[in-house]
Structure formats: structure tokens, C-alpha cells
Design a protein around this ligand. Sequence first.
Ligand code: GLN
Length: 479
Amino acid sequence: MNLNQLTIAEAIKELKEKKFSSIDITKACLEQIKKHNYEINAFITVDEKGALEQAKIADKLASQGETWEAKPLLGIPIALKDIFLTKGLKTTAASKVLENYIPQYDATVTKKLKDAGAVILGKTNLDAWAHGSSGENSDFGATKNPWNKEYVPGGSSSGSAASLAADMCLASTGTDTGGSIRLPASFNNLVGLKPTYGRVSRYGIIAMASSLDTIGHFTKTVEDSAILLNVTAGSDPLDATTPGVEPQDYTKSIGKGVKGLKIGVPKEYFTGGLDSAIKDKVETAIKKLEELGVEIVEISLPNTEYAVSVYYIIMSSEVSSNLARYDGIRFGNDRSSFGEEAKRRIMLGTFTLSTGYYDAYYKKAMQVRTLIKQDFDKAFEKVDAIISPVSPTAPWKLGEKVNDPLKMYLSDIFTVTANLAGIPGLSVPAGFIRSASSGQAELPVGIQILGPQFSEEKLFQIGNAYEKSTDFYKQKPTL
Ligand code: GLN
């Protein structure tokens, strides 16, 4: 196995045993980027020099006796979505507006990752401003799905998912406002974590919709996801929406098994537009969990049908407000550099917030948001967690939905509910399908596990037990 193919847990074990150095593993990732980024377009910026310097420092620290208890990611090469501010390293949000923007400071998560000893390889591609589900809204060209380069990798964290699926890094970060971590994780056979709203600081991450934005990551295994959350979680004086709830040691839930847990299956998530091949995969996963000792309970989330409409009103309202700061005066190019999708959302949001329409759209959407949250509260009185599909369809072909934004928005139907309710979600690989939308191509599909606020530990427990009962997560694309 090449070093760039290792998981974080495997790499740490072998770094500790001095089987190789951080320089070796960083070079292996940079090699892989050189070989394949030109066709996958996962990175906007590769910081080769900076990464090698950080790896050298990590090796030096390790040789001086620094421990992985103190610096849990010492020497581990990772990639950051290009929406996380990185001091001195260009951060574009994949928009022409910020094409030359060099931040003066690090996002809290960037800083925490650096302090934990991680090596930052570079910045990954995304739908501009994180608006999208396919990666095609980037002003720097679409990212391709490493499993089949004619297909989308999912978005908006398209480059973070594709770079990890192509083994260009050992993990990558993402943001999830309506599904942008879980959807690409599912489309790339990866584990994707969207934490509870406020669990991870948003400070220094370019805002999309502030009441929905959550900061998470992509990993090759559930255990790695827990290792990363141990580093990134916690309250931050610079983000007032991070509560004082103490983070746990999330790795404690790994290997615990799932006997006796109750998992709900929401009947509203298995109707209508759900691709039958995906339905089969989710049902197989449910059976697997039953075999592992889980009690499956049918539940109802009756307001699901309103979720996409509610999300697109609230999200656009907040987008129109957040993007108002990009006026070309303080940073970046002027507003004429916004792409079509950003303009669409600014216009929609300005409309829903304007006098006369505010009550009819924004206020109404906020009321229904509360009902959606209450649906989950009620469900979690009966069950520990919920299992559902991530996306109603398999990955689609590049170009297939770009001219039909409403069709694209529907791919968010099973993910936006968690953002509206502020609850955590974990996407875990569940196999490969040939479906109506994917034609002859075999493409990855994931399942989603949802839990009450701050139940990340439980999600890892379930995700890990399920993952280990399959071997999907071990499979790699042929590049
Ligand atoms: N696909 C959704 C959208 O276009 C989600 C985006 C996100 O989570 N950043 O808004």
C-alpha cells in the first residue's frame, strides 16, 4: 500500500514506530496530486513548499520526543476546502470575487489543525461560495468524480471529497449548510461528518448561511472522523454560537458495537423520487444493523415535504445578507464578478427579506423550520438515531443538471432537514450501484445516520459498527 492510501489511525501508528516520516507521507500525497489533479481538478491551490516545511517541522518535533497525545495529528497531511481562511495562503471560495485574496489570519479550525501538527497540503475546489450540489458552480472549473470522471463528485465540498477519494490526502475539511459534506461523501465512498450546529467554530470560514453552516470533514473511516472531531470540536470565544457543552473523547465510541440501540426509519424518506437502487442499498444496510443487534422502529417526520422550500428561502435570505460585504471596497473584486448561482441566490434572498414579502416567505419559513425541528425532537424520544438515504439519486453526469437549478436543489431533500434542525449527520459508504441516473457506471452510494444535538459519539458508534460489517470503505477507484 502506498503511504498516501493510509488512514489517519494507520499513519499515526506507523509514524510512532518510525517506519516512515511525515516528509515521506507528505511527498507521497504531493506525488499523487501531481499525477492526477490535472484531470480531477480537486485542488485550487497546492502549497507544496509550505507542506514540505510543515512536514519537516513535524519530523523534527517527533524526533525531539513530541507525542501524538499532545499533538494528535502530528505529521498528517490534510487538505482544506478553499473556504477556510489560511493565513498567507490564497483563499478564494472558488469565486472570481476572491481570486487573489490572501487572508491575514487563520480560521479557528485551521489554527486548531495546525496546532495539532497537521500538514496543510493546499486548498480544495468547491461550488463558488459553497452554493451547489455538484461542484460545477466553481469559477475554477468543475471537479470530476474519481470513480468515474464523467460524473459529478457531489458538492459543494467537491474537491475535498475527490482529493480524498483519489488518495491525494489522508483527510480533508468541508462545510455543510444543506448537505455539502454528506452528499459528496456518499458520491465518493467516504465518511462525511456534519456535526451539530455550533459544535465546531465557524470563525474564519467564509459564511454562506450563518444559521445553517456547520464545519466538518471527510475521512476514509469512521475512526478517523472521530480523531479529527477531537481536534476541531469545542467552544470558541470568537464564535458566539459555539455553546459551552464539553466535547467528549469521540474515539471512545469506536468498537463499542450497537446491541440494544433503537434506530428509526422515517417513512417519508422512502417515497417519491427515491431511486430504487438506492432504496435497496439503504434497506440492505438496515438489515445489516438489525443483524448487529439494533432494534429498527418506523418513525414519521411529517414536515419533510416542506424542507427543500424552507431551506432555499432561509438559506438565500442569509446568503443575500452575507454576500453584501463583497462590495469590492474592502477585499476582492466588485460585484460584477459574482457567478450566476450567487446572483440567483442574492436576488431570491433580497426578495424574501423585502417589506411585504418578509412575512409571507421568510417568517413563514422560520415557523416551518421550527416544526421540522419538532419532528426530530419527537422522533428522538423514541429512538437513539435515524437512518436514511443521503441523496435520492446516484451521482449524475457532468452537465446533466447545470441548466436546471430546481432539479439540482431537489438532490438536497434528505440532507437539508438536519441543517434546519441543527442536528448532526454522518454519511457512511453503503456500496455501489448502477442506477437509472448513473446508467452503466458503478458508482458509490452512502447511508446517513442522524442523531439528536451533540450525539456525535453515538453516530460514530453506529457508523463504525456498520462500516466494519462491510468492506465497502476499503474499495478504491481506479484512476
Ligand atoms: N446543495 C445545497 C445548496 O446548494 C447545500 C450547500 C451546502 O451545504 N453548502 O445550497
